[in-house]
Design a protein around this ligand. Sequence first.
Ligand code: PLP
Length: 462
Amino acid sequence: MGSIEQFPKQFLSQVNSDCSNVYGSEFAARQRPIQKLPDREMPRNVAYQLIKDDLVLDGQPMLNLASFVTTYMEDEALKLLAESSNKNIIDHEEYPKSVEIETRCLNILSDLFHSPVSNDIPTAIGTSCIGSSEAIMLAVLAMKKRWQDNRKAEGKDSSSPNIIMSSGVQVCWEKAARYFDIEEKLVPCSETRYVIDPIQAVDLVDENTIGICAILGTTYTGQYEDVKAINDLLVFKGLDTPIHVDAASGGFVAPFIKPNLEWDFQLSNVVSINVSGHKYGLVYPGIGWALWRSPSYLPKDLIFNINYLGADQLNFSLNFSKPASHIIAQYYQLIRLGRSGYTSIMQNLTSTADYLSCQLREMGFILMSDSNGAGLPVVAFRLGPTQNAFFDEWALARKLREKGWIVPAYTMAADCQTMGMMRVVVRTDFSMARCESLVRDVQAALGALAQIELLNIQRYHA
Ligand SMILES: *Cc1c(COP(=O)(O)O)cnc(C)c1O
């Protein structure tokens, strides 16, 4: 392939210059600008079509069963998203209604997560974020600062904070610990337990512990960690160690599927919670939420008062500007669906996940996730001994990819890294019909891989 300069000039001079015909234009005949800002402009229809054509080579979001992130929204929500994406939510003075809508979302979430109430008013406060990762960074900072303030007030050393968490945490926890100089005290997973062991976790608490992270729906298997057991053990031992619940996915599932599960502000030591609006909150990326039990858990010097945008406003975030659009789309989902809407969607997802689990178990896979709504609608599995497979999970993932499915193979958390596994995240648009197609394609892929194996064996013996 020659460069643009080497492109035969005689052809370039012949191409259509009015550009109503995209593929007859000189732009379609050239390579895309990839290194330098082009000297000349191009017509909007051409730019649109060329970029759209590039993006065709991305995977199909709907077939990406690896991701927790929302891939379907109703047209009305999309309209609101588009209509409000030119509003910068940081401009409180200019967009007071958007800010009010953010507060409404936070009020609804505080109520959903059983905020304590004082004089009929929920005490919880919070903020929108770009996702759970930002929310977790903020929560970790708040725990660290509060611990340091308490230590300093007691005249004690505050130079070596630590945080307790499962080795199965999402990567943003390791990031938070490293960015903010906090020692990670990891509770190992085992070959048979993929969630935190509450006893081991509480045993690790010392005077330098800023908090314990408990995950409501781990990224590996979708299982809920036992927040109540951790809380009860702390209370039993008379410890006031804070618990942060990473409810990135579970925060929008458990309240509807397991309303009696105690994991949120109902538990006395739970000081903060994060949830991703763009996972089971059913909004496109990126939106997340951070909530604190009451203002006393959010040290004052982390909150900045910005007054140069026209009015005094409080801000606790890592970034400054961001669109109001996702907050508005979140509010749309909350009022459009209500409790009954979220419940019916989460119930459907749970039964689809249960169905898929049954089918995979029948094919001989070992299931690593919970069913019946005991965890997220996530199906985690690995090859089982009865399958007598000489191929691994990665080979199966590649085979499924041929049909367009993105089902990742990966290794279990740090302590069980020899264990290969696969995971299907059941999202809103993964209907029963699509699930049936996947089941058939998994069966076919297993058959095809076994066939290749057989041929290899025959060839070896020939
Ligand atoms: C997805 C996820 C995160 C990170 O959340 P983002 O919203 O993608 O930033 C953190 N923790 C858990 C348990 C997750 O599933």
